[in-house]
Design a protein around this ligand. Structure first.
Ligand SMILES: [Fe+2]
Length: 147
């Protein structure tokens, strides 16, 4: 039973973690051009991940739990903070400012770490549990197809 919201989105978190680690590693090695490419892939992937949660996942979570925006309102605010730090990370690498990159990365991870943990422990499993199997499979297919 691999076609779950938790399975798909947790794997995407892991994929994004690996891209960020590689970008930082390339930067440490002084390979700024490749670091910028990998960081752009990370940024695009993270922005997509955030949008598919805002547009598809959170409305479904609100509906199946009947919580009507309480927890997801907080998650959406955290998304805005993550996006701001991400933008500043990309700008820092563009001007080869490794100190600013490190500061913004730390600030982003400060939000992102707990945020992803809450999603994997609460939001994704509760969404999976609240959906009949057919609807869950349809949602996962929509997440996969999201661009
Ligand atoms: Fe999120």
């Amino acid at each position: 039973m691999t076609d779950t919201v938790n399975g798909y989105l947790s794997a995407d978190h892991d994929r994004l973690d690996r891209l960020l680690a590689e970008a930082s590693e390339r930067l440490r090695a002084g390979d700024v051009a490749v670091a910028a490419q990998v960081l752009a892939e990370f940024a695009g992937g993270l922005r997509r991940h955030i949008r598919l949660e805002d547009e598809l996942l959170f409305p479904t979570f609100d509906r199946v739990t009947g919580m009507n925006g309480g927890p997801t309102a907080v998650m959406r605010q955290e998304h805005r903070a993550i996006e701001r730090h991400l933008e500043l990370m990309v700008a820092a690498v563009d001007r080869h400012d490794l100190g600013a990159y490190a500061d913004e990365k730390l600030a982003m991870l400060d939000v992102l770490g707990d945020h992803n943990d809450k999603e994997e422990a609460i939001v994704y499993p509760m969404t999976d549990a609240g959906l009949p199997e057919g609807e869950r499979a349809a949602l996962v297919a929509s997440l996969r197809a999201f661009r």
